[in-house]
Design a protein around this ligand. Sequence first.
Ligand code: ADP
Ligand code: MG
Length: 238
Amino acid sequence: MAELTLSGITKSFGATTVIHAVDLHVADGEFVVFVGPSGCGKSTLLRIIAGLEEVTTGSIVIDGADVTGRPASERGLAMVFQSYALYPHMSVYKNMAFALENMGLKAPEIDARVRRAATMLRLTDYLERKPKALSGGQRQRVAIGRAIVRDPKIFLFDEPLSNLDAELRVATRKELAGLHAELGGTMIYVTHDQVEAMTLADRIVVLQSGRIEQIGTPLELYNRPDNLFVAGFIGSPR
Ligand code: ADP
Ligand code: MG
């Protein structure tokens, strides 16, 4: 089980406040998408959840434990970034196994986890390749695999598809939806792409200028937007 509660989260960089009093509850197993225009604070909010950025005020509770101020490594999360940041000199297998070795897991357990993730992500035939010998979509699947093998309580994705071309984006999006169905984990997914938000989300959080404009299911936002910004930003459901 992995639920998350943000209460009164504010974040300032110097004199500039970029996140304003954000309250949000994410239920166990939920797929929540943060959507909003560039610069609205999506990445900052995700990095705050991840423990990569400190809050100015507010608290973060995961499964009943207050993790505000605790380091990323103690939060049970795994994050997938827009830039894949794979280790170029390591094989696909090693890219996925590396963090597990550092966690002190035994070789048979590491092997089982890597092979399970590789099967899920159709990477079994590429385990001995280096990242440069992979396509963009395959590289992104390795990045997702690196998150899966850690068996996190919560997955955080920051625009994971934005470097892919349109066709691959659609295919990878469908894979992500399938993966969520298979893994059943709690997922928080950042995008500026309304179509991604509408197709992936159980609930969408619409952000503008560091504030939550509205939270709802894709249909709720489409049928009953609270304001013109939400109406204009949210596309049609499909
Ligand atoms: P998004 O991911 O929605 O595009 P970000 O969370 O990256 O937006 O940024 C939100 C705002 O915070 C932007 O105005 C950005 O310039 C500012 N910001 C983000 N990180 C920093 C930082 N380390 N120092 C100062 N300002 C920052
Ligand atoms: Mg961003």
